[in-house]
Design a protein around this ligand. Sequence first.
Ligand code: 8YV
Length: 328
Amino acid sequence: MPGVNATSEKFDLLIYGPSKPVVDDGFTDRYVLHKVEQLGDLDRLPPAAFEKIRGVAVTGLVPATSNVLSRFPKLEIVSSFGVGYDHIDSAWARDHGVIVTNTPDVLTEEVADTAIGLLIATLREFVKADKYVRSGLWLTQNYPLSVGSLRDRKVGMVGMGRIGQAIGRRLDAAKVPVVYHSRNPAAGVAYKHYPNLIEMAKDVDTLVVIIPGGAATANLINAEVMQGLGPRGVIINVARGSVIDEPALIAALKSGTILAAGLDVFANEPKVPDELRAMQNVILLPHIGSASVVTRNAMDQLVVDNLKAWFAGKPPLTPIPETPVKGR
Ligand code: 8YV
């Protein structure tokens, strides 16, 4: 019977993705661990392992498509690292009675910190200013005043989930007005809601993007949105690269349609377009929104704890809404 805890039973798990100490060392000898770091290595698993594996820990943004998941006929649960799960085919999982879990909450404040840091660094040009000091130019003249400032801005959040609300709290503390766009108004949120993104873009000068990736939000931030934002416009993206039309962003930054951007995520990461890398009015981060030791350890631990709860016959701690757990 799925997930039942008979004393002598062993549970075969696939650890899929980059090796992580918290995950690698997180299981007792009741678990048999099979490890695959990337998609291309799956074929190296012995055929018998595919028949036995009942749980998968996805420890990074490695694809868990229907092609991958359907190779495990006994699969019961996919425990994924990260709050976003656009790398998992959750519809396939739902249709095949497989539970998917993610790692919400434990990264909320860290990602919100990153968003605010990136916003201020972009507006006040911290990276350029740092280079200025290192190059010795400060000895000859003061660094020019930054055109951007948080002081005269109005932020339009794209997405108002847990992380969006944590970013909002930080902006409230900084006395910056906030409004937001999302498909539906968020419960218990007092900021003005815009059902229409273009209308919001016209009313603000700064977008902070923190919505899930995937087909429903692909290229949501397009040329029209950038046009609406206007020449003072600043875009901060800590969500997924897929949410922004990247060629349109490059064109808007080049032409002065918008002022600047702070990007933690990219359409085809870790590949970042040369044009973006050459620009002075962007700050580029290597997808580090949640990437501190303390937060990543907490996320890894939640990946482990979801699997352990399931194989102890309990409900997993953080199932995604698409695969709710019944009867535990
Ligand atoms: C991780 C993230 O960086 O939680 C998410 O959705 O994007 C990040 O916290 C990502 O999972 C990379 O492995």
